[in-house]
Design a protein around this ligand. Sequence first.
Ligand code: C5P
Length: 220
Amino acid sequence: ESPQELKGLRVVISAGPTYEDLDPVRYVGNRSSGKMGYALAAAAVRQGAQVVLVSGPVHLATPAGVQRVDVRSAAQMRSAVLDALPADIYIGAAAVSDYTPRQVAPQKLKKTAGTQTLTLELVRTQDILAEVAQQTNALKLVVGFAAETHDVEKYARGKLVDKRLDLVIANQVGITNGGFESDENAATAYWQGGEQVFPGTTKALLAEQLLSLIAQRLHA
Ligand code: C5P
């Protein structure tokens, strides 16, 4: 019953957090549940797309009809995303770690007697979204997410320009009924010369609405 607005298109979606290992038992991660990316994948299939979902560690079932590739770290996510290209649309919904430990300790890190602090050295990860947007075998549409606590429009529009995106979906984190672990979300989409507000609703419904906008922008 969904409008087949994405019929025949290949859509690659990243979702969930990444885990950056410190040692065999510990990692640096974040609170992304993956729900928004999974909702987008399910909705894209319903709208007729062929969908590859590159997923960080989450507790979610694979939506029907979706080809899922599981990864753990930002580096693994980058490889899996690049392997899934070429595609018509890329949606970067994953909360990719911006930093990863300079080195992974081969053995469990131990407390040091007499020392009350531990300093971790982290190095920047590569920006998957920006890299995909720069690909020369051009995608038709590259969509990023912006989760911000403040100055949402400013940062979202900044990403649009800096990463050369076609669309940024921004949501404010730290508000009730929305964000990382919630089943609900509100968002504002920004593109060059336009914006659209999506009031709070379920992530499933929001995903349908966002994909309709994506289909619109595709033909704009
Ligand atoms: O710059 P910032 O991390 O706020 O941008 C968020 C957007 O960039 C999201 O779409 C996220 O999936 C993507 N991203 C990425 N690779 C990174 C960091 C962020 O693809 N290393």
